[in-house]
Ligand binder design. Structure first.
Ligand SMILES: [Mg+2]
Length: 234
């Protein structure tokens, strides 16, 4: 086959999205309860996320900290992690509520416009793989995202962004000329974008106020996604 084969053409841009505070907010306690329940089943420890700054953290790192605070040894944490990851995903898949009305302002319209522009959209999130995809499914946003890099795939967010970019290049969805952006609501997202050498777009729709985000010097700072213009990412 020749010509007019858009599927083989590299897209002009890759736009990566964080989930919590960026695409969705007030999604309920189900996620943190799933982490605590997974820990209880796998290790017997009663734990909580109370007092842990969850914002911008990866799920496995959160579970490790929950266990540490409950007195678990580093050896037990390391040894039980694969089981924790498995249980947490299964429990969340069962308990995830409908999230259609939990999207941040401008999310659907932004994703529609980006999709029509030909950009490739992906997820970069600290959520475990099945938790992230389940949220997208229950929010009615699943179809916009071609792929993702998730919490159990790397030790930190900067590496997750790099992995996502490498995957898009490897698949031929983008080439080295593509513009790459990472949109997130936490200082950790700004730092991750910078570490990976991609454009950082901060949205003040999560827990972090705009003034605080500004202090981390994102390339672009938006009140919410309604302020995103296509030329910022294309
Ligand atoms: Mg977030």
């Amino acid at each position: 086959m020749q010509s007019n084969a858009p599927a083989t053409q590299a897209a002009p841009a890759l736009v990566l999205f964080d989930i919590d505070g960026t695409l969705l907010r007030r999604a309920g306690p189900h996620h943190r309860l799933a982490l605590a329940e997974a820990i209880r089943i796998a290790t017997g420890f009663e734990t909580t996320t109370d007092g842990i700054p969850l914002h911008g953290m990866l799920d496995p790192v959160i579970m490790a900290e929950m266990l540490r605070r409950a007195g678990a040894s580093e050896a037990l944490i390391a040894e039980s992690m694969p089981e924790l990851v498995r249980h947490a995903q299964a429990i969340y898949a069962e308990s995830c509520p409908n999230l259609e009305r939990k999207t941040c302002p401008g999310v659907r319209r932004t994703l529609e416009r980006l999709e029509r522009s030909g950009a490739v959209l992906g997820l970069v999130t600290g959520n475990l793989t099945c938790i992230g995809w389940k949220k997208m499914e229950r929010a009615g946003l699943r179809r916009y995202f071609r792929f993702g890099a998730f919490g159990e795939m790397a030790p930190d967010r900067g590496v997750l962004v790099q992995k996502a970019v490498q995957e898009a290049l490897r698949q031929g969805w983008i080439d080295s000329r593509a513009r790459v952006s990472f949109i997130g609501d936490a200082p950790a997202d700004i730092l991750a974008a910078r570490a990976a050498g991609v454009q950082s777009i901060a949205v003040a729709t999560g827990l972090c106020p705009a003034d605080e985000l500004r202090g981390f010097h994102p390339d672009i700072l938006l009140r919410d996604l309604r302020a995103l213009r296509l030329e910022m990412v294309l």
